[in-house]
Design a protein around this ligand. Structure first.
Ligand code: CMP
Length: 138
């Protein structure tokens, strides 16, 4: 059993896509074991995306991620890191496979609706960034 962090980004919340994203978890046998709505400060967003701090899009990304509420969730299931990444589609929505969340809803490489951890080590860091053990059920 594996866990991963999901974020419905500020564009997804603003565009009322929370239900749509959760429906896809339910219909793909992905269990939500923790969930909350947060509004990150710029500093919190910078800490979360610290691996990208040298990238040209870092300032814009962290501004965007702190621009409004987001929904953070811990997902659990077999091979859930890879399965959730498949459901999301490629970071660049123009390259995302048809039927994926980003192909269906993203409007921009930055405003791509959802985030998901890319490996077990990043999942552990990202889950710990937002949740403590008492906030995760099961
Ligand atoms: P995410 O999966 O959250 O990881 C890093 C985020 O940076 C990515 O989704 C996008 O929202 C954003 N981003 C903006 N520009 C780029 C880019 N050129 N390449 C990768 N990610 C980008």
């Amino acid at each position: 059993m594996e866990r991963t962090l999901s974020i419905i980004k500020p564009d997804g919340v603003k565009r009322a896509l929370i239900g749509e994203v959760i429906k896809r978890f339910d219909s793909n046998d992905i269990k939500i074991v923790a969930m909350k709505m947060i509004h990150m400060t710029r500093t919190q967003a910078q800490g979360f995306y610290a691996v990208h701090k040298e990238r040209p899009f870092f300032d814009s990304l962290t501004d965007f991620m702190s621009s409004g509420p987001a929904v953070v969730m811990v997902l659990e299931g077999e091979n859930v890191i890879a399965r959730y990444r498949e459901l999301m589609g490629a970071t660049n929505y123009k390259e995302a496979a048809p039927g994926t969340i980003r192909a269906d809803f993203a409007t921009d490489i930055e405003k791509n609706v959802v985030h998901g951890s890319d490996a077990p080590e990043t999942a552990a860091f990202e889950i710990g960034y937002f949740f403590n053990n008492f906030e995760i059920v099961g």
